[in-house]
Design a protein around this ligand. Sequence first.
Ligand code: 3SL
Ligand code: MG
Length: 240
Amino acid sequence: MQLNILPVCGKINSAHLLGTTVIVIDVLRATTNMVVAIQNGSNRLIPTSDAGEAAMLASRLGARDSVLAGERGGIRIQGFDIGNSPFEFSPEVVKGRTVIMNTTNGTAAVCSMSAARNILIGAMINCSAVARRAVQLGDDVLIVCAGTEGTISADDLCCAGAIAESICKQSRTPVETTDIVMVCRNLYRDFRDKRADLSKTFHWNRLVRLGFEKDVKFCFTEDTSTVVPCYRDGIIQEMR
Ligand code: 3SL
Ligand code: MG
């Protein structure tokens, strides 16, 4: 198996995705919330790359059956039901409903990967489970970091490193890795062993300044979930 990491999501030639398993991560906070929403009983999630499209879809489905979630600059989009904090995707809010989601980086990253054979949603909270599923699928794996507004985000690199570490541990066959995989695994180990401080990095720091310190802690707690959401035909649901 070949394992690679795309450090920031951008334009990608679809030919490079054919036959691969892609794991999309936006650990702060979009893909973490996708895992939480499915775990808390949402029927399905629809990620959109445009806030207007999300609002239209939600009004078509109606308030009883849908929840409209999204942020700009970390703050709830005006008129949306909830923002982008994992604590807002509670069972009371999402159970039995379709969550329609639009965020700055994470939802667009998921939508742009549709050419891959399988698209899994990864985060720190489902790190071992998503790695296990990717290994079971048996294809080459590309971990795609959403990044922050077109730039590399250390939080995503660290999460990519954690998932890569777990894939290498769980695979029974040799894993062929690239240089970026080595860099991300090293960052993850330094973070885990408290040698690397991510609290000064741009996105982490911005969320803390906005009052979302609890969210960051939640998003960086490993393996609290075994849910592995999968994106197919425009919809995210749990992979069975
Ligand atoms: O960029 C995104 O998709 C968001 O997850 C960013 S934030 O954590 O809500 O600021
Ligand atoms: Mg992010």
